[in-house]
Write a protein that binds this ligand. Structure first.
Ligand SMILES: C[S@@+](CC[C@H](N)C(=O)[O-])C[C@H]1O[C@@H](n2cnc3c(N)ncnc32)[C@H](O)[C@@H]1O
Length: 246
């Protein structure tokens, strides 16, 4: 049997499912939960998404990318996320940035999404690995539309996780990689260390307020440290822009 929505949502931010109701508190003060929203928005603009376009953001988290895309491209964006607290934050962010008329956020499961009409573009940041993201996103995008996803790629071009291997996989689906933006190491390191500082402070506060959560919060913080170490030492964070084939 597949994972429950709470399990999957929690796992995507390296948290035990017991902490699902507390994800809002644990990520307080962190807008981007893994992705690089402005870089993704700039890529969509370069790939031709503009005013009048319709974009969907799967696993939109707290709306950082959806809001950045609406601001940069002037298009409409639908964000879908499993976590109600994140969706609330996303709505507040859109209002604060003045793009509420362009963006809509829904609580939902992107594995069970039904859309009446395909989108001009689809985005998934910080959720599935590129191959799974591509298979999910391309089904939501009209022919000739674009999709953007991020992943940790291996620097060695011979690796099955290299940018070259990613492009070959995308080609096997009938689509074409049109842009790959690698996040520079220092930018990644700053983003990771800001997030770690915030979640450590939030985790300490939550443990003090709710001692029964202390073990789960400890496991969560250890997982955050592990993921950060892996990302900074073994991988290159990259955003991949794809044109959907006929
Ligand atoms: C690492 S976060 C990335 C959030 C956002 N894209 C960003 O970059 O800031 C992963 C997000 O995916 C959401 N998620 C995971 N599985 C989901 C599912 N099946 N349906 C909807 N949202 C899901 C989680 O709730 C979480 O907000």
């Amino acid at each position: 049997m597949g994972r429950s929505l709470a399990e999957q949502s929690s796992a995507s931010v390296d948290a035990p499912a017991a902490l699902f109701p507390w994800l809002g508190a644990l990520f307080e003060g962190v807008d981007a939960l893994g992705g690089f929203p402005v870089r993704a928005a700039n890529m969509l603009a370069r790939l031709g998404v503009g005013r009048g376009g319709r974009v969907i953001d799967l696993g939109c988290g707290k709306g950082a990318a959806a809001v950045a895309i609406a601001r940069r491209c002037g298009c409409r964006v639908l964000g879908v996320d499993a976590c109600p607290a994140f969706v609330e934050s996303a709505r507040r962010l859109a209002a604060a940035r003045g793009v509420s008329p362009l963006v809509r956020f829904e609580v939902g499961d992107f594995r069970r999404l039904r859309v009446p009409r395909r989108f001009d573009a689809a985005v998934m940041l910080g959720c599935d690995p590129l191959d799974r993201a591509a298979e999910r996103l391309r089904g939501l995008v009209r022919r000739g539309g674009v999709y953007v996803a991020d992943d940790a790629l291996a620097p060695d071009p011979r690796s099955p996780y290299s940018a070259r291997a990613a492009a070959a996989f995308i080609a096997s689906l009938g689509d074409r990689v049109e842009a790959i933006a690698t996040v520079p190491g220092p930018v990644l390191a700053r983003a990771v260390s800001r997030t770690l500082a915030a979640v450590r402070a939030n985790g300490a506060r939550l443990s003090a307020e709710r001692p029964e959560l202390r073990r789960a919060v400890g496991a969560f913080l250890r997982a955050q440290d592990r993921s950060a170490r892996e990302l900074l030492t073994r991988w290159r964070a990259a955003i991949v822009g794809v044109r959907r084939g006929p």
